[in-house]
Design a protein around this ligand. Structure first.
Ligand code: HSE
Length: 405
């Protein structure tokens, strides 16, 4: 029998208990042993819920119990999660977590402890919910040099942008709707400002490129400035707007990463990732393109990924599953050097003036009922060059959105 302890009986924690109870026959078969939930830790009581029988309020009971083999951390936040996880690993217990904030900040240190102890620290549920992207990067795409990871990694904002695109609604309206549906938190800052996606791309990039990408180094822009007019322009161009978290290897030691809204066309595999779904595009030097798609958030999809980690840890109880992620810092190049195309909305100026500044621009778009403004798409240029040129239109720019092919 393999005993596990679940830290936190919130949405994901109760999902983990539910998944293990519902699928115990196939889970035990796959793990090669019986998975037994010995403890659930929470500060609250749950009268009437069968979990009450195994509920504890004191972490010491778990960390000091030699019968506990695996600790499942689904509390979220940095503390006390970090202290609990570190102590569990030091006590020789494997840990799995859904906590992206913890992994993005302390991942290398916690993996190092697990490696020294010959146990495991796994975090499949921290990125892309139920989509098995971490295991794919870590165990499947091992023949490749990965040179791009680009994802729609936040379900809440993808739902909001999809609604804005299909219904023409304003940001505030769709945010309220997303909160009503239970997708967005009461404080939606981490989602709409891109911070959640930023931590996820930091984790995926660290695994893909084998160094530690500090999320604080990633340029991050959310979706709060996207308007129904921007969406209307995207439609005119046959495109849509998505919040992309992207990182690329440009040269031997040259990487960039960013989170920002992008206009993308139907040729991009992420174009059709709609509603609350997540999608992750990966490019490898021998594989070429691969896409991972599915439920990126929610109680059961996230719990599914957590329990898959429990099964993996049960199968490798005293054997560390190596990762490519080292603590060596991954240095990012200056975004000003990165080349891209830009969609720009301007008012009170002329196409001739825009052509004079940017050279022949690629596309000009007018919306039917706004005669004093138009949009255009630039040719490819370094961000530095774009910034210099756009100064000539100071006071006339309504918005700028990056374009990705
Ligand atoms: N708030 C996150 C999202 C939850 O909307 O994708 C999953 O990490």
């Amino acid at each position: 029998m393999i005993n596990i302890a679940v830290l936190g009986y919130g949405t994901v924690g109760s999902g983990v208990v539910e998944v293990i109870n519902t699928n115990h026959v196939s889970i035990n078969k796959r793990a090669g042993d019986e998975i037994n939930i010995k403890y659930v830790l929470d500060l609250r009581d749950f009268p009437g819920d069968p979990v009450q029988e195994i509920l504890v309020h004191d972490y010491e009971i778990i960390v000091n119990d030699p019968e506990v083999d695996i600790v499942v951390e689904v509390m979220g936040g940095i503390e006390p999660a970090y202290t609990f996880v570190k102590r569990a690993l030091e006590a020789g217990k494997s840990v799995c977590t859904s906590n992206k904030a913890l992994v993005a900040k302390h991942g290398p240190e916690l993996m190092e402890i697990a490696e020294k102890q010959n146990i495991n620290f796994l975090f499949e549920a921290s990125c892309g919910g139920g989509i098995p992207i971490i295991r794919a990067l870590n165990c499947s795409l091992t023949a490749d040099e990965i040179d791009e990871v680009t994802g729609i990694l936040n379900g809440t904002t993808n739902y909001m942008l999809y609604k804005m695109s299909t219904e023409g609604s304003a940001f505030d309206t769709v945010l309220k709707e997303a909160q009503g549906m239970g997708y967005a938190e009461a404080d939606p800052t981490a989602d709409v400002e891109g911070y959640d996606a930023c931590r996820k791309i930091a984790i995926l990039s660290s695994l893909a490129y084998g160094s530690f990408l500090n999320y604080e180094d990633i340029y991050t822009e959310g979706i709060t400035k996207i308007t129904p007019e921007d969406m209307a322009y995207a439609k005119e161009l046959g495109m849509t707007i998505k919040l992309l978290a992207t990182s690329r290897k440009i040269g031997e030691d040259s990487f960039y990463a960013m989170v920002a809204p992008f206009m993308i066309g139907p040729g991009n595999p992420l174009y059709s990732v709609n509603d609350v779904f997540n999608g992750i595009f990966v490019h490898g030097n021998v594989l070429g393109d691969a896409m991972f798609y599915g439920s990126g958030a929610g109680k059961l999809p996230t719990a599914s990924a957590v329990v898959a980690d429990v099964v993996d840890e049960a199968k490798h109880l005293h054997r560390n599953i190596m990762t490519n992620w080292t603590s060596h810092p991954l240095k990012l190049m200056d975004l000003d050097e990165v080349k891209g195309r830009y969609f720009v909305r301007v008012k009170d100026t002329t196409v001739e003036k825009v052509d004079e500044i940017f050279g022949k621009v690629q596309m000009i778009v007018h919306l039917e009922d706004s005669s004093d403004e138009f949009g255009f798409v630039t040719c490819e240029m370094a961000q530095k060059e774009y910034k210099e040129k756009i100064q000539n239109l100071e006071g006339k720019v309504l918005s700028m959105i990056r374009v990705k092919d």
